[in-house]
Design a protein around this ligand. Structure first.
Ligand SMILES: Nc1ncnc2c1ncn2[C@@H]1O[C@H](COP(=O)(O)OP(=O)(O)OP(=O)(O)O)[C@@H](O)[C@H]1O
Ligand SMILES: [Mg+2]
Length: 294
C-alpha cells in the first residue's frame, strides 16, 4: 500500500512535469530559430552557483531551437583586479575611466577570465560554447568615445561585422562575447557591455534583447526595489534618461535598449539575473518579469 502511494505520488509529479513542458510549447514554437542577444551583467554573475544556473537556462533555450548570443560584463571582476594592483576604479555616467594600464586589466578580466568561465559553465551543462572578444573575426570595430570628460580607452561601437557570429550559430555553437574591441589603428578599447550587446542585437536581427542585471528592472526610485516599472515606451525611456531619473549603470542599459530598438530589434527586457531561472520565466511564460521596452 505504502509502495503504491509512492508510485502514485511519483506519477502525479511526472504528470505535472509533462503539463509544464506542454505549457511551454507555444513559446517554443514562437521562438524556435530566433536569435536572442542576452547581456549578462557582471553584477549578477558574482556567485558561481547562480552563473551556472543561468548558463543552464541558456543551454535549455538552445536545445529547443533558440539561438542565444551571450554578451557579458564583468564590472566587479575588473574592479577587483584593479584594487589588487592598487588602482582605484572611477566611473563617470556609469562608464569606467580606463587608462592604458586599466585597459590591460580590463582585457585580462573580461576576455581572460570572465569569458572562459562562462564558456566552461556552458560546456559543463552539455552545451557547446565558443568564446570570442569583439576583436575576433573583426566582430566589433570600435572608436574612442569622445565626450566632455576624457575616459581614456573607453570605446564606442563604430560598426559590427556579424559574420563570425552567424558562422558560429550555424555550426551549433553558443557565442559568448567579451566587450573588448579594436579601432582601425589596432588600439584596444573597453566597451560598455550594454552598448556592445545593444548594437549586436540590432546587427544580428535579434528577436529579443535581454539584459540581466542585479536589480528587478528599471526602478522609479532606485532605493526602492518595489518601485519596478514593468513597461516603458521608447519615449518614456528617453524621458527618464533626460530627467536624470536613472543613474550609474542603468544609464548605458536604457541607452542600449533604445539603440537596439532603433536598429530594428522589436523588444528589449531588463530583468533581475539574481532570480532563479529569470530567463526561462521571461521567455517561456506569460509572467513577464522586469522592465520591457518596446
Ligand atoms: N532607476 C534605476 N533603476 C534601477 N537601477 C538603477 C537605477 N538607477 C541606477 N541604477 C543602478 O544600476 C545598477 C545596474 O548597473 P551595473 O552597471 O551596476 O550592473 P550590470 O550592468 O548588470 O553589470 P556590468 O556593468 O558588470 O555588466 C544597479 O545595481 C543600480 O544600482
Ligand atoms: Mg553595467
Amino acid at each position: 500500500m505504502v509502495e503504491l502511494q509512492a508510485v502514485m505520488r511519483v506519477s502525479d509529479e511526472a504528470k505535472l512535469q509533462a503539463e509544464v513542458l506542454v505549457q511551454a510549447l507555444p513559446y517554443i514554437q514562437r521562438w524556435s530559430g530566433a536569435i536572442f542577444v542576452i547581456k549578462y551583467g557582471g553584477a549578477a554573475m558574482h556567485e558561481n552557483g547562480l552563473a551556472a544556473q543561468v548558463m543552464q537556462d541558456v543551454v535549455l533555450m538552445h536545445c529547443v531551437g533558440i539561438r542565444p548570443v551571450i554578451v557579458h560584463g564583468g564590472g566587479p571582476e575588473i574592479s577587483e583586479l584593479m584594487k589588487r594592483v592598487g588602482k582605484q576604479p572611477q566611473f563617470v555616467g556609469g562608464l569606467r575611466i580606463t587608462d592604458a594600464e586599466t585597459m590591460e586589466l580590463v582585457e585580462m578580466a573580461l576576455t581572460g577570465k570572465t569569458n572562459p568561465r562562462l564558456v566552461a559553465l556552458i560546456q559543463q551543462q552539455g552545451g557547446r560554447a565558443i568564446g570570442l572578444s569583439g576583436k575576433d573575426g573583426g566582430l566589433i570595430r570600435a572608436r574612442k568615445l569622445e565626450g566632455e570628460v576624457d575616459l581614456g580607452f573607453v570605446g564606442e561601437v563604430e560598426s559590427i561585422s556579424p559574420e563570425v557570429i552567424h558562422a558560429a550559430l550555424q555550426a551549433g555553437y553558443i557565442p559568448v562575447i567579451s566587450p573588448v574591441a579594436m579601432d582601425a589603428q589596432g588600439a584596444t578599447y573597453n566597451l560598455n557591455a550594454d552598448f556592445a550587446a545593444g548594437a549586436l542585437a540590432g546587427a544580428l536581427g535579434a528577436a529579443k534583447f535581454i539584459l540581466m542585471t542585479d536589480v528587478p528592472g528599471v526602478l522609479s526610485d532606485p532605493d526602492d526595489p518595489t518601485s519596478l516599472i514593468s513597461e516603458l515606451s521608447r519615449e518614456q525611456a528617453q524621458r527618464m534618461l533626460e530627467n536624470g531619473r536613472v543613474s550609474g549603470g542603468m544609464i548605458p542599459k536604457l541607452q542600449a535598449c533604445l539603440d537596439a530598438l532603433a536598429r530594428g530589434c522589436p523588444r528589449a527586457h531588463i530583468i533581475d539575473g539574481r532570480i532563479p531561472h529569470a530567463l526561462l520565466i521571461e521567455v517561456f511564460t506569460d509572467a513577464g518579469i522586469g522592465t520591457m521596452i518596446r
